[in-house]
Design a protein around this ligand. Sequence first.
Ligand code: ADP
Ligand code: AMP
Length: 211
Amino acid sequence: MIIVLLGPPGAGKGTQADKLAARLGIPKIATGDVLRAAVRDGTKRGREAKSYMDRGDLVPDSVILGILQDVMTSPATKKGAILDGAVRTVPQANGLGVMLDEIGKKVDKVLLFDVDDDELVKRLSTRTVCEGCQAPYMGRDPGTSCEKCGGKLVRRKDDEPEAIRNRLEVYRRQTAPVVDWYRDHKKKVLKIDADAPVDDVTARAVEALGK
Ligand code: ADP
Ligand code: AMP
């Protein structure tokens, strides 16, 4: 099963993708994580993406479609994938659709996590993430250790106030139209009220997916 997670930055896509991946037994694919690893490793893709990411802008569609092509044709996603933040523009939604069609697959479900802006800003400005496995945390100080892999928790550069403001604006301008694109292409978008405790949001998502 291929599930696309949509929603603004801070809506909890990464948090819920981890929960759903464990529950459904299919991997989480977060393009943000792939890009941050590429930046850390200094690859060509990472060098191309870094300045966009630091400002909170979207990296070019060609870079994302290259990642999606690699990932969706890899044996790791044979049983499906939870695509976290991997579809952020209409050309990406279209490109992913074409690519999946060519390999006899399709997007099965689209989940939209809904949270209002004040809560998003609060979450992003207090988020820490693991430098190693990139798990997101709330209420944990930078410098403390990741519960999952023991890595160091750090603040993301794009969780500074100016980049947060830009990312919310970029979401409205470039990503929100993806919701209508899926609806126009006969995909039901399952909207989840994600302003609730993490486990409640997971329960809502599982129910919406009919799992
Ligand atoms: P996204 O991947 O959509 O940007 P994250 O999953 O990284 O969002 O979550 C953003 C921040 O909000 C993280 O610090 C995370 O721990 C926290 N968070 C996630 N879900 C919730 C929730 N339901 N309630 C409160 N905080 C949450
Ligand atoms: P995220 O970890 O999902 O918050 O993504 C962090 C940053 O990576 C974004 O602000 C973008 O700069 C970049 N990024 C991740 N996924 C995409 C995508 N599908 N399209 C364009 N840029 C992306």
